[in-house]
Ligand binder design. Structure first.
Ligand code: ADP
Ligand code: ZN
Ligand code: ZN
Length: 800
């Protein structure tokens, strides 16, 4: 009998999106396990693949053989492989794309792989490594010592490391250790010559420290001793040098003061009890925790996680990328210490890999992270939390287009554990599910300590224009900012950039400068004084004359944070302003630094984009101003009212969270819009009812499901032909209650010289739709290889 592996090859194409059989050669039996990556001959080349199943056959004459392995232990466990299959079906993605999406980027092919010896005592290891500390992975394969090394990886004596080109990722640190017994150490001190003060200090230190290895640097700094003194003791055999691998923990060296659980309010307690009961009974229930801003949701997360950890289980907490602030991380680290791994995009690939390894090695039991942290390789999950569940960032916008919420619910079923979706402004979809008892609703109606919700003033900016005020600031807002300055309180100003860019327009004829390749206006960049296309990168200078009417009054419109900062400096010169936007936070750690400065009272005003709407919790903020509330309202997107309501609610929640009462000023050109009015009244339920009526009228979610098909190609005729054919095909297949809108040109009708058309399918129940769509993709396979792009987005969040 011969062992045969079923392998999903890394060739993202429809016709090979299925397992292929390969013989497992004798030397790889036990190594090429399910979930490991292998290299296999495919056609006339070698490709990577994932082993998804093992079996035995007698006759292998027709089969090719696995060439080598990329891992000594599986990188995907059975659960994740199964989840991958589920997601591939649900999102119409290739299995291999889903598997890749679940792994940290460092594990991908352009990284070199090393084996690092952690244990320097073991004789067999010494022999295997021939005295070296690290070996290239290739050498294990070449010398056929995979199996021996596998054993050591399992026991933690050897580790796999990834590096870009030649840089070994794991940093090493020179450490000092003392080989003497306590008695010897005591005697050694007595034997020292009297003038050897530094050496005495060192030995005394090692007598009391509980650390086995003390970093050299730390010794020198803390004790103020010279390297010479240490070297002397090393020469006399009283101390030893060693090298220790350190994980690149981005929070290393930061002391987190331990926090204790707070006494929960009645509402908090009730919610916490429900969650923990489900956890205890192993019920995979999904809870929707709807609590106003500042009602103590995070404290509930912390306490329910604590209970789950106590039972020896693990927890995943998802947080939107932009709220994954140091403040947020700190709350978890302060409660759970080193049990917390953090995964977010600000980390380098190497750092992310280290955090992922902490989970794999079971050193971390809690992961706090952005969307992809939902794939954390935990094996004993007790709770999954998705904070700010309404955020669109939980949906991945390219293949595989998965939604983290669906993944969470799938994993929860598998692990028999609850899911908590938390938000002050739940998505309409989730709230509707809660009203139908698909999710269980938990509500926190009051802020902690009965803190009042801030008063919200809506300012009609059209009135300001009529009164000849052409600045970005209404008179009310200016006045209130000045009041804050006098009282030494702080203000947060939000400039809503979504759906709103600075473009160059002719004041005389209205000509707008557009990209020559994409049908979209170019965005003006103050720093370079150039215009840039955000889709294809095309760049050009601002024309001196209008290309259309030759007027010289062509200039940029729209408001950038920088421009607002300048006007602010003119209007209130005495105010100290911190600006926070993509430009000022590009550097690593900049975000945190700016916030700390603001927290320390080094500025009166924090001016920023969406990134300041969340997570800020400073007691001295008593005024929040929204400069332009309604720019999103006019986007061609059925969720624009919902997003406006959510943003205003979130940002209002930043004011008056502590002792001082808060106030909010919202400036708008459409103050009568219901999303703004309900936000003013802090009335989620009112907004929900109104918006549900609108969705019902428009046949949108949550009343209908959506699937968006987008076709693009350089030849417009071909695009139109293809998408019309697709729509006609689907019309013959779908039931009478389903609606197909379009085809129509997409909102951005051309990108990188490719024309784009779309059609939208609205349906309540179409059990065969995915199969029909799949057969369409298969039908156009050849065309797709020749430059036709078909993208299918199930439950889309971006409609342009
Ligand atoms: P949310 O996540 O709903 O916005 P938080 O959990 O951040 O709310 O709580 C808001 C503030 O109230 C925080 O400063 C938090 O420390 C505090 N807090 C939360 N729960 C309690 C409690 N039971 N007792 C006292 N303070 C609390
Ligand atoms: Zn003009
Ligand atoms: Zn362009």
């Amino acid at each position: 009998m011969n062992q045969v592996a079923k392998v999903i090859v890394d060739v993202p194409a429809m016709q090979v999106d299925r397992p292929f059989d390969y013989v497992v050669p004798e030397n790889l039996v036990g190594i090429a396990l399910v979930g490991t990556r292998v290299s296999v001959p495919f056609g006339n080349r070698k490709v990577q693949g994932f082993v998804v199943e093992l079996g035995e056959v007698e006759d292998v004459t027709k089969l090719k053989t696995i060439d080598s392995v990329m891992d000594v232990l599986p990188v995907l466990n059975e659960e994740l492989l199964e989840l991958g299959d589920f997601l591939a079906k649900e999102t119409l993605a290739f299995r291999v794309s889903v598997y890749q999406a679940m792994l940290p980027a460092a594990l991908r092919a352009k990284y070199e792989k090393y084996v690092v010896r952690l244990d320097t005592e073991d004789d067999e290891l010494e022999r295997l490594f021939e005295g070296y500390e690290t070996l290239p992975f290739k050498e294990l394969v070449g010398r056929n010592i995979l199996k021996s090394v596998q054993k050591y990886v399992r026991s933690g004596q050897v580790e796999i490391a990834y590096a870009v080109k030649n840089k070994v990722t794991n940093k090493k640190m020179r450490v000092v250790t003392c080989p003497l017994t306590p008695n010897q150490l005591h005697d050694a001190q007595l034997d020292l010559p009297k003038n050897a003060k530094a050496q005495a200090k060192l030995l005394a230190y090692f007598e009391t420290t509980e650390e086995d290895f003390v970093p050299l640097k730390q010794l020198r700094e803390e004790l103020g001793v010279s390297g010479q003194a240490i070297q002397k003791l090393v020469d006399n055999g009283m101390l030893q040098f060693a090298e220790k691998k350190v994980n690149r923990d981005p929070y290393a060296g930061r002391e987190f003061e331990r926090t204790e659980p707070l006494a929960l309010s009645k509402e908090q307690q009730a919610a916490n009890d429900e969650i923990l009961l489900a956890a205890k009974e192993g019920r995979p229930e999904t809870f929707l925790l709807h609590g106003v801003t500042g009602s103590g949701k995070t404290e509930i997360y912390l306490q329910s996680i604590a209970e789950v950890l106590q039972k020896g289980k693990e927890a995943i907490v998802l947080v939107p990328e932009i709220s994954l602030t140091p403040q947020m991380v700190e709350r978890f680290k302060s409660r759970f210490g080193d049990a917390v791994a953090v995964l977010h995009s600000a980390l380098s690939h190497g750092e992310k890999y280290d955090e992922w390894r902490k989970i794999e090695r079971k050193e971390a039991q809690v992961v706090v992270g952005a969307r992809s942290a939902i794939f954390a390789p935990f094996e004993n999950l007790g709770l999954i939390i998705i904070d700010e569940e309404h955020e669109a960032t939980y949906k991945q916008e390219d293949n595989p287009r998965y939604h983290a919420r669906d993944v969470a619910i799938w994993r929860a079923k598998r692990h028999h554990c609850p899911v908590v979706l938390g938000s002050a402004t739940p998505s309409l979809e989730s709230y509707a599910r809660a009203t139908k008892n698909v999710y269980k609703l938990l509500e926190l109606k009051a802020r902690i300590n009965q803190q009042e919700m801030p008063e919200v003033h809506i300012i009609d900016m059209r009135e300001e224009l009529r009164s000849e005020n052409r600045t970005e600031f209404s008179r009310t807002l200016l006045e209130k900012i000045k009041e804050r300055l006098e009282r030494n309180e702080q203000t947060v100003l939000l400039l809503n950039k979504r759906g709103y860019a600075s473009f160059v327009m002719c004041r005389d004829c209205g000509y707008v400068v557009e990209c020559p390749n994409c049908d979209i206006s170019l965005t003006y960049h103050q720093a370079t004084r150039k215009m840039k296309c955000h889709y294809c990168g095309h760049e050009e200078r601002v024309p001196e004359k209008c290309p259309s009417c030759e007027s010289e009054h062509i200039r940029y419109f729209g408001t950038g944070t920088q421009k607002v900062e300048e006007s602010l400096a003119k209007l209130i010169p005495e105010a100290r302003v911190i600006r926070m936007d993509v430009d000022t936070t590009r550097q690593k750690g900049a975000h945190e630094k700016l916030l700390t400065r603001f927290q320390n009272g080094e500025a009166d005003i924090l001016l920023g984009t969406q990134m300041i709407a969340k997570g800020l919790d400073f007691p001295n903020i008593t005024l929040v101003g929204v400069l332009n509330a309604d720019t999103m309202l006019f986007l061609p997107d059925f969720r624009s009212a919902e997003r406006t309501f959510q943003l205003l609610t979130q940002v209002s929640g930043r004011a008056g969270r502590h002792v001082l009462p808060g106030e909010v000023v919202v400036q708008s050109y459409s103050p009568e819009h219901y999303s703004i009015e309900y936000a003013k009244m802090h009335d989620y339920h009112g907004f929900y009812k109104h918006e549900m009526l609108m969705r019902h009228k428009g046949a949108y979610p949550p009343f209908y499901f959506l699937t968006l098909i987008n076709v693009s190609h350089e030849e417009e005729r071909k695009v139109i032909q293809t998408i019309q054919d697709m729509a006609s095909f689907l019309r013959t297949k779908l039931g009478p209650d389903s609606i197909i809108l379009g085809p129509v040109p997409s909102t951005i009708s051309r990108i990188k010289n490719k024309y784009r058309y779309q059609c939208m399918i609205k349906y309540k129940k179409e059990p065969t739709l995915k199969n029909e769509l799949k057969s369409l993709l298969e039908h156009y396979q050849k065309e797709q290889a020749k430059g036709l792009t078909i993208s299918i987005d199930v439950e889309p969040y971006v409609l342009m």
